[in-house]
Design a protein around this ligand. Structure first.
Ligand SMILES: NC(=O)c1ccc[n+]([C@@H]2O[C@H](COP(=O)([O-])OP(=O)(O)OC[C@H]3O[C@@H](n4cnc5c(N)ncnc54)[C@H](OP(=O)(O)O)[C@@H]3O)[C@@H](O)[C@H]2O)c1
Length: 297
């Protein structure tokens, strides 16, 4: 059954939030406030926003859904600012989920591959044991628990290595460094699944339309990334290739040679099985998504 959706996207000014907002059209009405308008740490604002969403949907004869794209995403800064990260990534989603439960609005909450320890050698399934190694990962894991325990009709969608047209991300950083550095060292011992936010946004909206019609998957935690996996070094080389630059200018280095405040998982590839088993459209291979990203305006 096709139903018109009215979607509230907290975190509307983020890279994923902007791609969700861009999907607004005849079938989907997306309201995507930034944190200045809707701050998840302000309970009153959250209750008002979910109430306004439910009213707007009722007036339009559409189905209301919330997709939470808001988060404290500064992974290194979170190591010394865990309290603030927890407020945004765990307490905020708890309040949001409670508001959704009371207005009977389905909630899709976006989470991360960094909830896993990263010592696996095969792609992570949703049922695998969590073991975040960073403050950011701990706060995101707590956010998942808060949402799933809220009584709301809710889904947690874990993704990883996001890049989009807006905001700062690895692809943009590599493009900037390509223009200024003859050679570049990039870590080759961390492997993940790069994901274009436009592709993820389409996947989340597909899930939203299922959730809105009461046909949401039984599985409450899903993994959604572009297909395949690569190291940061391999990903950087692919970016160079897209730019028409020589990829051999990117040299491999180890995590040890490039220490960061927050530990990163060595392997955080997410299995697409749960997404496919829910009959949701699998995302294309990461190489195709990267080419489409560069081909897009
Ligand atoms: N980036 C990645 O590689 C990655 C990987 C895996 C999972 N994820 C998850 O994917 C989701 C989207 O990430 P992203 O890359 O799009 O993040 P992003 O570009 O950093 O955007 C995050 C958004 O959250 C907003 N925000 C921050 N504090 C807030 C608060 N207190 N109340 C409301 N909004 C607040 C920010 O608003 P302002 O800009 O106005 O501050 C921004 O719009 C997040 O859940 C993230 O954890 C990201």
């Amino acid at each position: 059954m096709l139903v018109r959706l009215t979607v509230l996207v907290p975190g509307g000014s983020g890279q994923l939030g902007r791609d969700l907002a861009a999907a607004s059209g005849d079938e989907v009405d997306v309201v995507a406030p930034g944190s200045a308008e809707l701050d998840l740490t302000r309970t009153g604002q959250v209750l008002a926003a979910v109430g306004a969403l439910a009213d707007r949907a009722r007036e339009a004869g559409s189905a209301a859904v919330v997709i939470n794209a808001a988060a404290y995403t500064a992974v290194d800064a979170a190591e010394t600012d865990e309290e603030r990260a927890f407020a945004v990534n765990a307490d905020g989603p708890r309040v949001l989920a409670a508001a959704c439960a009371s207005r009977r609005v389905p909630l899709i909450h976006v989470s991360t591959d960094y909830v896993f320890p990263g010592d696996a050698s095969a792609p992570y399934e949703p049922s695998d044991e969590l073991g975040p190694r960073s403050a950011y990962g701990r706060t995101k894991a707590a956010g998942e628990d808060a949402v799933l325990g809220s009584g709301a009709s809710s889904w947690v969608v874990r993704t990883g290595w996001l890049y989009g047209k807006s905001g700062t991300n690895f692809v943009k950083t590599m493009a900037r460094l390509e223009a200024s550095n003859p050679e570049l060292s990039v870590v080759d011992d961390q492997v993940g699944g790069p994901t274009w936010t436009a592709d993820l946004a389409a996947g989340l909206l597909e899930l939203a339309s299922r959730a809105a019609t009461g046909d949401g998957p039984e599985q409450r935690v899903l993994h959604c990334t572009n297909a395949g996996s690569v190291s940061w070094c391999g990903f950087a080389r692919a970016v160079f290739t897209q730019l028409g630059a020589d990829p051999s200018r990117v040299k491999p280095c180890t995590t040890e040679e490039f220490p960061r405040p927050a530990p990163r998982p060595a392997y955080s590839v997410l299995s697409p099985a749960s997404w496919k088993e829910a009959w949701l459209t699998p995302l294309r291979p990461w190489e195709d998504a990267l080419a489409a990203y560069f081909a897009a305006e």
